[in-house]
Design a protein around this ligand. Structure first.
Ligand code: PLP
Length: 441
């Protein structure tokens, strides 16, 4: 039976991810089109994208170069086996990624999502030590309030309680650093806060507790996004780097949202001048258009595996769609779009304007903190007593009605617009959010 895509259909079959399903299905919010900075809703309205989809459409929507490259690739080579066979596009993309990554990154392992990139990096860390004859190093250290996707490794090192607590005992041998959110000291900071570098010293405590010889890796988001935009205190990431290096522990930066220009540099590693041993990426890699992720690793990590007879598989890990040709074509076109349009530089140039616009919300009803970096912003609201998350969710719904897309986590509104946003659109986004906050309970 032919279905008119834009007519209401039965919403029951689709169990939606990270969604209040019952609420949504009573009042569906449907996007049916997108172009550049805007979505089109099923009732024909334009909605300004304040979140780059889910932090992924960094070049804006339906960009011709990316669309055409996907169309062309689908007609030319739709799929090639990922194991024991190759195709040129995947190799080309790996080089393009390394072109914009820190010099120390030397190899790319493909996945299909941020969650898979995280699982891959955690497995690589443990296997790396084992390959070097240091097989007791299996312990993984994450951080409170960290988000590393939804698979078992990721939720184990992650620190968002709701994402962990109903899923059983999780991966054993995991410990957590304290989060870096110090509102009493750092409220209303612009960019990275002054206070909190000392929180990295807690790693020494964890190392003393378990013994460095049992610890494989530390994983952190340089900027924790999903948990409400928690910025690294000045000097914090360098301290983590120094301590991990001193103890032979790998450092993994989860750059799934900070990668591809979001902070005003290609990667947060570049922005903060701290280079980890591995970086996990996804989202902006293909502008969100086709699922793809990538783990970047140093030569030291990679080379530890390159032993044994040459006909033997060195790493028993990979996905059917690792380096999928269509995703790889999208990745190449995306990186070209970023470069041709200077979008990372654009994000850096717009950052001060974005910062001032966001901080103009100080003093608006219920706003208790504002945080920003690059084209990332968060507006934290005072929760309604006894009803956490309700105020922010109401703001999200009202914002959608008024034509802007924002995202909420707890009572924090997070924004991360496409890097093509104009100053006028920043004004529109922040101005509409102000109206919303003045109107919600
Ligand atoms: N890691 C970080 C830092 C993320 O922000 C996300 C998603 O938001 C993920 C991992 C998971 O990515 P995905 O949803 O593609 O699995």
């Amino acid at each position: 039976m032919a279905l008119d895509r834009k007519s209401p259909n039965d919403l029951n079959a689709f169990w939606m991810p990270f969604t209040a399903n019952r609420q949504f299905k009573k009042n569906p919010r449907m996007f049916v089109g997108a172009k550049d900075m805007h979505y089109t809703t099923s009732d024909g309205r334009q909605v300004l994208d304040g979140t780059a989809g889910l932090w992924c459409c960094n070049a804006g929507h339906c960009r011709p170069k990316i669309t055409e490259s996907i169309q062309k690739q689908a007609a030319e080579l739709d799929y090639a086996p990922a194991f024991q066979m190759g195709h040129p596009i995947a190799f080309e993309l790996a080089n393009r990624i390394l072109d914009i990554a820190p010099d120390e990154m030397a190899h790319v392992f493909y996945t299909n999502s941020g969650s898979e990139s995280v699982e891959t990096a955690l497995k690589l860390a443990i296997a790396y030590h084992r390959a070097r004859g240091d097989g007791a190093r299996t312990r993984l250290i994450g951080r409170e309030r960290g988000y590393h996707g939804v698979n078992f490794g990721g939720i184990s090192v992650g620190g968002i309680v709701t994402n962990r607590k109903v899923f059983g005992p999780l991966v054993p041998g995991v410990d957590h650093l304290p989060h870096t959110h110090l509102p009493e000291e750092n409220r209303w900071s612009k960019g990275c806060p002054e206070h909190g570098a000392h929180l990295a010293d807690d790693l020494e405590r964890i190392i003393a507790l378990h013994g460095a010889e049992t610890i494989a890796a530390v994983i952190v988001e340089p900027v924790a996004g999903s948990t409400g935009v928690l910025l690294p205190p000045k000097g914090y990431l360098q301290k983590l780097r120094d301590i991990t290096k001193k103890h032979g522990i790998l450092l993994i930066f989860d750059e799934v949202i900070t990668g591809f220009g979001r902070t005003g540099a290609a990667f947060a590693a570049e922005k903060y001048g701290v280079v980890p041993d591995m970086m996990t990426t996804a989202k902006g890699l293909t502008n969100g258009v086709i699922p793809m992720g990538a783990v970047l690793a140093t030569a030291e990590v990679h080379d530890a595996f390159m032993n044994g007879p040459e006909h033997m598989i060195e790493l028993f890990h990979g996905y059917t769609y690792s380096g999928n040709p269509i995703a790889a074509a999208a990745g190449i076109a995306t990186i070209e779009t970023y470069r041709e349009e200077g979008l990372f530089e654009r994000a850096a140039e717009l950052a001060p304007y974005w910062e001032e616009a966001l901080h103009s919300l100080k003093g608006v009803r219920n706003v208790i903190d504002i945080r920003n970096e690059g084209l990332i912003g968060a507006v934290e609201l005072e929760p309604i007593a006894g009803e956490p998350t309700k105020r922010a969710f109401s703001a999200f719904l009202k914002a959608y009605d008024k034509g802007i897309l924002i995202r909420t986590t707890g009572d924090i509104i997070a924004m991360s617009p496409p890097l093509i946003i104009s100053k006028e659109q920043i004004d529109e986004l922040v101005g509409t959010l102000k109206e919303v906050l003045e109107e919600v309970e």
